[in-house]
Design a protein around this ligand. Structure first.
Ligand SMILES: N[C@@H](CCC[C@H](N)C(=O)O)C(=O)O
Length: 294
């Protein structure tokens, strides 16, 4: 059923902003056009995406989450600003956790873990010193070397495909000037074009790359379905993983990633089923409102 009246909360993680609403029973879905209207920065609330808080049991996509972990009571139904569905959102899941906690929908004490269903599988979230930390799970370097062209960049550059549950292509640029010059208001071109599209991260390593055992990079991103955003959580993890891959042996497993909207932490660690990557950073709720979708 389509919603017409909506009580919503606006939140963000390092400037990656979202409109969140509760639909526990799964009876108040939005059409892609409604999502796009809400996310419109001139005629709507304005956001990079919409997050519907729905119980996993009340959503077809939630069945796989409950089969993976019966504790995943809540599902993050994530939509990009153009209304398309995405598998995962690393900033969004931290903001979603704060939303669930602040609205009394879950309890999460220090050291507790909250399992959340997503289209990429169940993700575990905990409180951290900077806000929340999410285990983004297993990741995969994609084969091949796609070529990326962005407006105002003099040369095409090779990219590294990385699957974080959602698709990414990471591109290393020469320096901060080149990073600033890229015009990400236009969709960068990837050759060959990924079948499902991709989020594209442009990265510059700090000089030196590693300080006190922590790798340091700066990143800008063009998100699939949303355009340039101030941050992308899964994108920061992909960028750190790609940079570690390029740096080779001895590169650190702890990274600090600066994005236009702030800074997040990325950590690679050994888990039972192989290496995982986690993301930590802030999660803020900014205001609430009611909207009529007409
Ligand atoms: N901003 C997100 C990613 C949101 C989904 C992405 N645009 C996609 O289509 O995969 C993040 O913080 O990870």
């Amino acid at each position: 059923m389509m919603a017409t009246e909506l009580h919503f909360t606006k939140g963000h993680g390092t400037g990656n902003d979202f409109v969140l609403y509760t639909d526990a029973q799964g009876t108040n879905d939005l059409t892609p056009a409604q999502v796009a209207a809400i996310c419109d920065r001139h005629f709507g609330v304005g956001a990079d995406g919409v997050i519907r808080a729905v119980k996993s049991a009340n959503l077809p996509d939630g069945a796989a989450a409950l089969a993976e972990d019966p504790a995943a009571e809540w599902f993050m139904d994530y939509r990009n600003a153009d209304g398309s569905a995405a598998e995962m959102c690393g900033n969004g899941i931290r903001v979603y956790t704060r939303y669930l906690v602040d609205n009394g929908l879950v309890e999460l004490g220090p050291g507790d873990t909250l399992a959340i269903g997503t289209r990429a599988g169940v993700r575990d979230v905990q409180r951290s010193t900077t806000g929340f930390q999410v285990d983004l799970g297993r990741w995969r370097l994609e084969p091949g070397e796609p070529v990326v062209r962005a407006r105002n960049l003099a040369v095409a550059r090779p990219g590294q495909g990385i699957n974080m549950g959602n698709p990414h292509v990471v591109v290393a640029l020469a320096d901060a000037e080149e990073l600033a010059a890229a015009d990400l208001a236009y969709i960068p071109q990837i050759d060959p074009e990924p079948v499902d599209g991709a989020n594209i991260e442009f990265v510059v390593p700090h000089e030196p790359l590693v300080a006190d055992g922590v790798g340091r990079i700066t990143m800008r991103v063009h998100e699939r379905g949303s355009g340039e955003t101030l941050s992308c959580g899964t994108g920061t993890a992909a960028a750190a993983l790609a940079t570690r891959h390029w740096a080779g042996r001895g590169a650190p497993n702890i990274w600090r990633v600066d994005v236009p909207g702030g800074t997040v932490g990325v950590r690679m660690f050994a888990a039972e089923d192989g290496e995982h990557v986690s993301l930590s950073g802030p999660a803020e709720l900014v205001f609430e409102g009611d909207l009529s979708l007409g």
